[in-house]
Ligand binder design. Sequence first.
Ligand SMILES: [Zn+2]
Length: 391
Amino acid sequence: MYTIDRITEVPSDLDVAFNKTINKFKKVATKLDLEPIKCDLLEKNYKKQIEFDGTKFLVTFNKYHIHGAVPVLNGWSVRARIDAGVHSENIIRSVVDVPERFRDNSTFCEHCNTNRKRKKLFLLEHVETGEWVRVGSSCLKQFVDIDEVDSIINNFENLIRFLDVDLNPEVNESYGKSFPEIINLKSFLAMVIHLTKQYGYMSGTKARELDCPSTGDDALYVLTNEHDSNKKIREEVLSNTGLIDQATAIIEYFKTIEPTSDYERVLSILAKDEFLIPRESNYAASMYITYQRIHEQQNASEQKVNEYLDLELKKRYSNMTLNLIKIITCESIYGYSYLHIFEDAEGRCVRWFGSKRLGEPGVYNNLSFTVKGFDEYKGVKQTTITRVSQK
Ligand SMILES: [Zn+2]
């Protein structure tokens, strides 16, 4: 009975990582002369409605049957990993039922008989006697007396992590309060918007430069940490319909984009899956900033009128108001000349090419000029003016 025999559902975007994990684990098993673990694909790319944080969303899964031997280390078999929370209950990650006495939230190591604070412990079962023991991760090498135990355990832990990706709430509850490896994108974005409004936006790249947490890191922390203060922010944000509506709009937008870069492809996948895993937090957070930038540009261009000025050719006008957007300086053998690009109040494009430079960009409401021509450049109707002066 020292085997794994389990049907597991893996979100399809984790499929590559899952298969890598299985293959690495097979190698470890072979080293220890164990029958390699088998992994049969039962069902591919089916959608399932999942409820998370009280929100329902569709996730694409692949279903696998995993069966084979669990590594035995000098008679001991690793049955579970315990993640000890500093402010929360222990999380027992296991593929089998563990004895009730280990659900006591303690970090007591039965190898060194001490009860100091630990982050990670293991539950081992002796394959012959059936005896169970709890050992701190730093004592494990000594306890089983195998040098390469770290590599075996690392691979086994990765496997457990995937086997734990089971979104059935009943299963999660029976293993205590589980750290959500899968985070609802809508809740996450609502948190990102809230944090950005409070503290400004910190990208993953900038955060690495400055060695501080990114907005994505912060959002993840507040959403998953069990501190009372975080619980309170979480409740506030997730019940704020304004924030949730904004998050929904962002997700809907990225669902419909035609990706033109790898970056956009990632955002599109995240939006379609409507969830993220922790290492995708900076990508997911950037959805908000990217969305805002695109929509600011769109709003600006939507307001513009693509028409010529309603003026007569070759006629001189005075007391005209134009907004100088920018000046492009051109250098030639005759010296400098300046291309001035203006807009009128409705966004009609006006250009003036002259040897004189008007001044800094901004609104000028005392201009005199003569209309020189009407032409189109890259689909934009432009009115050209000449002999421009200020009163
Ligand atoms: Zn110990």
